[in-house]
Design a protein around this ligand. Structure first.
Ligand code: FES
Length: 568
């Protein structure tokens, strides 16, 4: 059975010739034209030697192909932009939308009936889901999987939480140059993406909760043989899904986005997932206001004890049952009658899933959670009229309600220059503020939100302070860090009007963030403010002209689908 999509023909103004030339050119892999009457499955992948999170996905692609062939389809792999956080400047977030456009357009342009999305690093997963949502042909996601745990002198290491932790300790003088170098060798010991519940792991869990990945796929370590089996199963399943014509728009619904948000809250996942889920939903005409995240966070127990907000890592999470075990615990508050890429409902997928008591310190029971509420809170106030986010469980309890003096850095460049300057007037109870690091300002909203603690304070033993910015932070980062302040400085948001010495009050329980400066004074400052000059050419120009704010998902305004009628 064929879908309409495969009937697409290159436009020469002569369909007969288009068919003729296609037949000739499609013989290069040894297939006969008769073979192309079978479901043609694109394997959209981001293999790259520069992006280490995707270096190892070749064997997974081969396993997907085997699965497709076994199920009677024709697999054809094709590359799209590959993004890896560590080697991409200034940040992969700048290119997420470009990757999403690449994915969407290549799915649309090529004569494929279904597609398997093979990615992994943290901006690739959302970009592929955004592209697949817009292209809307049968699609299944599979990621490269997390690294195995690292270890140094009996202590488990996790990228990149420990990259940050030990670098801070080195700057504070508590570990030597030698120790720092020895630890460096063990931080990323195997193939795979970061192995704490950072953005990559979080987005993989969200993909499962959305129904776009076969059950269990998020947590299987990159090096485990189960991942190849999972890839092969994905290959078989996409053929079935294609024959049935089940599309992403039937799977990613308002209800499954709620499931994904609950999963995000239950695993203490990355704040970046808030932006990405809003962006994916926007491609389907579904609006996810920040309030929805806060509402679901307050009613979802935090049950997965995973770093950076908890104790364990993805390898342990896999043994404890991974995302299916979490979803099983949450079953009573999920929309379980939604369709998934298995072709069956979440309810059916969860039949028979159990959590062994052996692993109860990793995945807690719904009734006795690690924390009563989920992992992310949304703050609002005159400093962030359209919202900001914080991970309270990765923060210092005593700072969750705090009033302090602002110490302001007007850009990442200024931060870099001044943070360790011995003449910087900064105290432990001050609040560090970073401006102009948002989507338009930076541009691309880099992961600069976990501002370094000034070295002068590190040496006095200070390890956390409130930090506020319109930037993001890595999902692997930690501390009392308030992010995604909207509107951002570069579009005239109040965060850009803060001056060193202003008082700021944060009250996470009350979900408030206030700049204690009069409206009159803020209006005066706004009069003096002028917008930054944006890039005049290339992708940066498109980006700065069209990117939306953090609370809107940072997608381009021209890529949104028309909004759907509210069903909730
Ligand atoms: Fe790719 Fe951490 S750098 S997931």
């Amino acid at each position: 059975m064929k879908s309409e999509n495969n009937k697409k023909l290159t436009s020469y103004g002569d369909p007969g010739f288009s068919e003729f030339i296609r037949q000739a050119f499609n013989r290069h892999l040894g297939f006969d034209q008769e073979d192309f009457k079978k479901p043609v499955i694109g394997i959209c992948n981001t293999k790259s030697e520069i992006n280490r999170c995707h270096t190892h996905i070749g064997p997974l692609i081969e396993a997907v192909k085997k699965g497709v062939l076994m199920a009677g389809g024709i697999p054809l792999e094709f590359p799209t932009i590959s993004l890896g956080e560590i080697n991409t400047s200034p940040t992969t977030m700048l290119y997420r939308n470009l990757a999403a456009m690449d994915t969407e357009e290549m799915i649309r342009a090529q004569p494929i009936d279904g597609v398997v999305l093979v990615g992994g690093c943290d901006k690739v997963t959302p970009s592929q889901l955004m592209g697949a949502a817009s292209a809307d042909i049968p699609s299944i996601m599979i990621t490269g999987g997390p690294m195995n745990n690292g270890e140094y002198e009996g202590r488990t290491l996790g990228a990149c939480s420990d990259c940050r932790f030990f670098w801070q300790e080195f700057r504070g003088g508590s570990i030597s140059e030698q120790e720092k170098d020895a630890i460096n060798k063990e931080l990323a010991p195997t193939a795979g993406h970061c192995m704490v519940m950072g953005s990559a792991s979080t987005m993989a869990v969200c993909a499962e909760a959305l129904g776009m990945m076969l059950p269990g796929g998020a947590a299987i370590p990159a090096t485990h043989n189960r991942r190849l089996k999972h890839a092969m199963d994905t290959g078989k399943k996409i053929v079935e899904l294609t024959i049935k014509g089940i599309k992403p728009s039937q799977i990613m619904t308002e209800n499954t986005f709620d499931n994904a948000i609950r999963a995000l809250m239950a695993v203490g996942g990355s704040t970046n997932a808030v932006i990405h889920l809003i962006a994916i939903a926007g491609r389907l005409g579904i609006k996810l206001p920040l309030e929805r995240f806060d509402q679901l966070s307050r009613t979802t127990p935090f049950i997965a004890n995973l770093r950076p907000a908890g104790k364990y890592q993805m390898e342990d999470f896999y043994k404890a049952g991974g995302a299916p075990a979490v979803l099983k615990e949450l079953e009573s508050i999920l929309n379980v009658y939604e369709l998934t890429v298995t072709g069956t409902t979440l309810k059916e997928n969860l039949e028979g899933v159990t959590v062994s008591n052996v692993y109860r310190d990793i995945i807690y029971p719904f009734e006795q959670p690690l924390h009563k509420e989920g992992g992310i809170a949304v703050l609002k106030g005159n400093l962030a009229p359209n919202g900001a986010v914080i991970k309270p469980k990765a923060a210092s309890k005593e700072l969750l309600h705090h009033r302090g003096r602002a110490v302001v850095f007007s850009s990442t460049q200024e931060l870099e220059k001044l943070i360790d300057d011995p003449s910087l007037d900064v105290q432990a109870d001050d609040i560090l503020v970073l401006q102009n690091a948002g989507p338009v300002g930076a541009p691309g909203m880099p992961e600069a939100g976990m501002l370094p603690i000034p070295q002068s304070l590190l040496k006095k033993g200070v390890r956390d302070m409130i930090r506020i910015s319109d930037a993001r932070m890595s999902g692997t980062a930690f501390g009392t860090v308030i992010l995604h302040v909207a509107p951002e400085s570069a579009v005239g948001g109040p965060i850009g009007l803060i001056k060193t010495g202003d008082l700021i009050e944060v009250d996470v329980e009350a979900r408030r963030i206030q700049l204690l400066v009069s409206d009159e004074e803020l209006a005066n400052r706004k009069q003096q403010w002028s917008p930054p000059v944006i890039a005049q050419r290339g992708y940066a120009h498109i980006y700065q002209k069209h990117v939306m704010q953090a609370d809107e998902g940072c997608d381009f305004d021209f890529l949104l689908a028309p909004q759907k009628e509210k069903v909730r």
